[in-house]
Design a binder for this molecule. Structure first.
Ligand code: PRX
Length: 650
């Protein structure tokens, strides 16, 4: 297949190995087209789902669409937290809500009734430090129950949260606090990752020093305290959560919020150096998140559900917190690494809690595959009935392994395509309905319409993924940056959303996602902007210029290769490469650490001075043809090729 677009052709070339094995047919129940037919009147379809939530007052119109601005369920009022907790009470008060396990093995359980008490208390604490409706609250916590309490408490009192992944650096945290204008930060003394204590409060202090608008820092003590001895509390600004909680007496009822009131801001990487704050509102978001939790994850009240994402990412927002709790399921949360204390930790957890629905990322599946079948085989995984994947294209080999080694060849797999901006799943098989094909996210969900378009806006078989009509959980903007919102998503075609992904469609209408077409990398399922990494590199005193490209990686999907030119008088060395890799990790977070740093004499540029990234990508992947001596030390270029070949085992 060839498209008319070079970016799409490059993706098609890269993904050639993504074809499923010949003759492979996934077992599934007979397709039921009625499900899709029911959603033909898509506004009515979404209204039907909205009606299954609790509303304080009804909406007048389903949708007002003035491209690119959508207003769903105008005049309706509801509360996201109420939908996740209160409406399950009192009948469901005794049902399990959170089943938490810390990395060192400590455990805590909360029923829906207990969750209500915890969240009301947390809401009381936030109020006691002056948080009110509309005030943004930054949350920088490990995967502990308090992360869920804090988010729901914000939603309860109408204070939009901005959760920052605890693996982000102090600088990244500070940028997000300042951009969101958050005056209150919730953090913890520390958390555990691979046996080590992550000193979150220390990071928070460094960030706070750069945040003039920050008034209060609420510090949760994790368990019996992690590194609490080393925690310095700034008088007047910092408060221990458990001390503030002692003076919270009253319960806290849920604020009726307008359907279009802000629920949260979540920062994600784009094509510029600065992450953008994606804005989600309440009514449409809750509707689509709830609908997809029910139809795609098939979650019911008696399910024990585990989504391995961190709440710092959108998957953690929609499918650890809001969706599964709105569905009344029991949600498993695990704090730490999958290989701690050994590579069987995830399967031990699945066995212990009797997990029935499991949702993770292809990068994790590829790691499990490499670690070997013996780890899942040692555990009883018969409770699992449905598997999900998200975050990046899944190669058929990983898909087939997942189905066999984890799903015992009896569980459907839902490969769900969506984004921070879409808020909820958009393209996915429906379990028990769709004949899944390994490596394909299948079809747009009921109520969703997508197309593959070329630059001229014509439908093609391989092209840019476009969403052709509004959907309830769509982003409502980029916080404080309307021009960037218009330019990034709505400038390519008129009134049609540009997702930034390439895709192809086969003769049966199945969609095959190919990867990003912009300067955004997908490293281990995490979105990282090449410009962000480049900005971090050029901040280092040794670096004159930097260009960052993605290179195929056997586990992470993509790894980061950085080409740098040095300031006069500086020489490249292994030590400097290691220092630069560390520098990026310190300034953004460990997820952005480049796999390799290559010292180049010069960076290839077009006549207009634009760096020729595709050529650099070819060099890093060992695809470059011809003489590359002017671009980089030939020995170094050979080095990176060999390194990746070794990693691929070829
Ligand atoms: O490139 C697509 C990829 O992840 C991007 C969105 O990243 P983020 O906003 O961080 O959200 C990740 C979790 C929803 C998309 O533009 N992506 C996500 N899911 C899939 C995928 N690519 C292929 N198949 C998927 N199932």
């Amino acid at each position: 297949m060839k498209s008319e677009c070079a970016a799409i052709d490059a993706l098609l070339d890269e993904r050639r190995r993504f074809a499923p094995p010949p003759g492979f047919v996934a077992r599934a129940r007979v397709a039921d087209p009625a499900v899709y037919a029911e959603a033909e009147d898509w506004e009515a379809y979404w209204e039907r789902w909205a009606r299954r939530l609790h509303w304080f007052s009804p909406w007048s119109t389903a949708l007002e669409w003035s491209p690119p601005d959508a207003r769903w369920f105008q005049e309706g009022t509801l509360n996201a937290c109420y939908n996740c907790i209160d409406r399950h009470l009192p009948e469901g008060a005794g049902r399990p809500a959170l089943l938490w396990e810390g990395e060192p093995g400590d455990r805590r359980r909360f029923t829906y009734g207990e969750l209500a008490t915890e969240v009301e208390r947390f809401a009381g604490v936030l109020k006691s430090v002056g948080v009110g409706r509309g005030d943004r609250v930054a949350i920088y916590l490990p995967m502990i129950p308090e992360a869920v309490f804090a988010m729901l408490a914000c939603a309860r009192i109408g204070a939009p949260h901005s959760v920052v992944f605890a693996g982000f650096s102090p600088d990244s945290l500070a940028d997000r606090i300042n951009d969101a204008g958050a005056e209150v930060l919730v953090t913890a003394d520390g958390g555990y990752r691979r046996g080590k204590v992550i000193a979150l409060k220390r990071n928070a202090d460094r960030a706070a020093a750069r945040c003039p608008g920050l008034r209060s820092v609420v510090v949760v003590r994790r368990g019996q305290g992690v590194g609490s001895d080393g925690v310095e509390m700034t008088v007047g600004r910092d408060h221990w959560y458990h001390e503030l909680a002692q003076s919270v007496r009253d319960g806290c009822s849920a604020e009726p919020m307008g359907a279009e009131d802000l629920l949260y801001i979540l920062y994600t990487s784009g094509t510029t150096g600065k992450p953008k704050g994606v804005v989600h509102t309440t009514g449409g978001y809750m509707t689509q998140v709830y609908a997809t939790t029910r139809t795609v994850l098939d979650l019911r009240q008696d399910d024990v559900y585990w989504c391995t994402a961190d709440v710092g990412w959108v998957t953690g927002h929609s499918y650890v917190v809001y969706g599964p709790l709105a569905a009344g399921a029991a949600v498993v949360i695990y704090e730490g690494a999958p290989d701690w204390p050994d590579r069987g930790r995830f399967w031990e957890i699945c066995e212990r809690y009797g997990v029935s629905v499991f949702y993770t990322a292809p990068t994790a599946i590829r790691a499990f595959m490499q670690w070997g079948d013996e780890w899942p085989a040692a555990r009883e995984l018969g409770s699992i009935r449905l598997l999900g994947t998200v975050g990046e294209p899944i190669n058929p080999e990983a898909w087939i392994w997942y189905r066999r080694a984890i799903g015992g060849d009896r569980c459907p797999i839902v490969d769900t395509w969506w984004q921070t901006e879409t808020g909820a799943m958009m393209i996915s098989p429906l379990p028990g309905v769709t004949h899944a094909r390994p490596g394909s996210a299948c079809r747009p969900l009921p109520g969703i319409d997508v197309d593959l378009l070329n630059d001229g806006g014509e439908s093609v078989k391989a092209g840019y993924l476009a969403i052709t009509r509004p959907w309830p959980s769509m982003l409502r903007g980029i916080w404080g940056d309307r021009p960037r919102f218009l330019e990034t998503y709505w400038s390519k075609w008129d009134g049609i959303y540009f997702a930034g992904d390439g895709a192809k469609v086969d003769d049966d209408g199945y969609l095959w996602l190919l990867g990003r077409v912009d300067d955004v990398l997908n490293v281990a399922g995490h979105r990282i902007g090449t410009m962000e990494v480049e900005s971090a590199l050029v901040e280092h005193e040794a670096v004159a210029e930097a260009a960052v490209v993605g290179v195929e990686h056997p586990v992470k999907g993509q790894g980061i290769a950085a080409f740098v030119t040095l300031m006069g008088g500086r020489e490249g060395s292994d030590e400097l490469a290691a220092e630069l890799r560390g520098h990026v990790a310190d300034s953004i977070g460990a997820i952005a650490r480049p796999e390799v740093v290559l010292f180049a004499a010069d960076l290839p540029k077009t006549r207009s001075g634009k760096i020729m990234r595709r050529l650099l990508g070819d060099i890093a992947a060992g695809r470059a043809i011809g003489d590359t001596t002017t671009l980089a030390e030939p020995a170094v270029v050979r080095g990176v090729r060999e390194r990746y070949r070794e990693a691929e085992g070829g």
